[in-house]
Design a protein around this ligand. Structure first.
Ligand code: ADP
Length: 363
């Protein structure tokens, strides 16, 4: 510790010591009024201790010094007949009050240390889990890629596919998707999971819409979109919207309506995916955002669901400081990805155009 460091670190104690010495001086100078500086010393000691919580030996030393000094002053005045002898009881009483405070403060400090230790242990455990997930996923990807490559070569050599090979390829594709999604989730807690930049909401959502509406046979509709920008990681946002749209397709029949739309809510923007699919049972909506959770396990498995898509959407939304919510009925579901830090375009008051209405079916 440097020579200048100690006084700076102990400035509160030094300030209090000066204050206590001044009040002790006042007790000696004005014996008939000494009860006021006497109590000021004890009150200030309790206050300072509340902030500092010294170690036990230091606490006992300070307490003994204060009790002796204030007690000696009252004792001298009692001998001189200026104070009543009964005033001496104030010293053990104030000491007892101070010790009660010490006891509480020590207990609180011990509890805080325990909480900190547990938080640290939890953090380490999480880190270990994430590292394990990351390592295991990377190790799994390589053999899966090699096996797929061999099977594809086999197909090419045979000039066509066999059902057994198709099944094997499908399963390998499934494992590949699971592993890649796990890898993404393993990164969810890291600081660079999302890197924000200003993203134009209209053009971004339109782009995602075009990609999906061209490849999947559904009654696609692009609803109203707010003009403005939001601070978001475009890559992560695309992954989240893709996951929501993939579900809308997976859990609806060909020809069913799917709408992608957005609306500004003050300084947030909500991007919504609404479908006319199978809907989600009310008791399942709370848990579908958990990893490997499925509302209907057999149905999800039939359509190739693995229960990681919404966990990823949720992690991405939270990493942006936002959230993903769902409302559902037997007629379909609406997922709403809410992102903060939206800035409306200056001419946003103009009514937005309905850009592409492939269906009149309003969701
Ligand atoms: P999965 O890969 O199983 O689709 P998700 O995490 O994306 O995993 O979704 C979790 C579960 O939520 C799904 O298994 C499904 O039961 C339900 N779900 C998600 N989106 C929809 C939707 N649009 N309509 C009906 N159910 C849905």
């Amino acid at each position: 510790m440097s020579a200048t460091g100690w006084p700076a670190k102990r400035s509160v104690e030094l300030g209090w010591a000066a204050f206590a010495a001044l009040n002790l001086g006042l007790m000696i100078a004005y014996p008939s009024w000494e009860t006021i500086p006497f109590h000021l010393i004890w009150i200030s000691l309790t206050l300072v201790y509340g902030f500092r919580v010294w170690r036990l030996p230091q606490t006992v030393t300070v307490l003994a010094a204060v009790a002796v000094c204030t007690g000696a002053s009252i004792l001298a005045d009692a001998f001189d007949g200026i104070q009543l002898w009964g005033e001496l009881f104030e010293v053990p009483l104030m000491s007892a009050m101070f010790l009660a405070m010490v006891w509480h403060a020590q207990r609180r400090q011990a509890a805080m240390v325990l909480v900190q230790q547990q938080a640290e242990e939890r953090r380490e455990l999480l880190e270990r889990q994430e590292r394990f997930l990351d390592d295991a996923s990377h190790e799994l990807l390589t053999p899966v890629t090699i096996a797929r490559g061999h099977l594809e070569v086999l197909c090419r050599q045979e000039g066509g596919t066999r059902p057994e090979v198709d099944v094997a390829l499908d399963e390998l594709h499934r494992i590949d998707r699971i592993v890649r999604r796990l890898l993404l989730l393993a990164k969810a807690g890291t600081p660079d999971f999302v890197v924000g930049e200003r993203v134009d909401v209209e053009s971004f959502v339109e782009d995602v819409f075009m990609r999906w509406s061209e490849i999947q046979p559904r009654a696609w509709r692009l609803g109203e979109l707010p003009s403005g920008t939001v601070v978001a990681d475009p890559e992560a946002l695309r992954i989240a919207l893709d996951a929501l749209l993939e579900n809308a397709v997976k859990y609806s029949e060909p020809g069913a309506a799917i709408e992608l739309r957005g609306c500004a809510r003050g300084e947030s923007v909500a991007i919504e995916v609404a479908d006319r699919g199978i809907g989600i049972a009310p008791d399942a909506t709370a848990r579908i955002f958990e990893r490997f959770a499925r509302a209907d396990a057999s149905r999800s498995r039939d359509v190739g669901g693995i229960g990681l898509g919404l966990a990823i959407v949720d992690a991405i939304a939270k990493a942006h400081g936002g959230r993903c919510t769902v409302s559902s009925s037997p007629d379909g579901s609406t997922f709403s990805l809410v992102l903060p830090r939206f800035e409306a375009a200056p001419d946003a008051s103009a009514p937005p155009a309905d850009l592409a209405a492939a269906s009149d079916d309003s969701l």
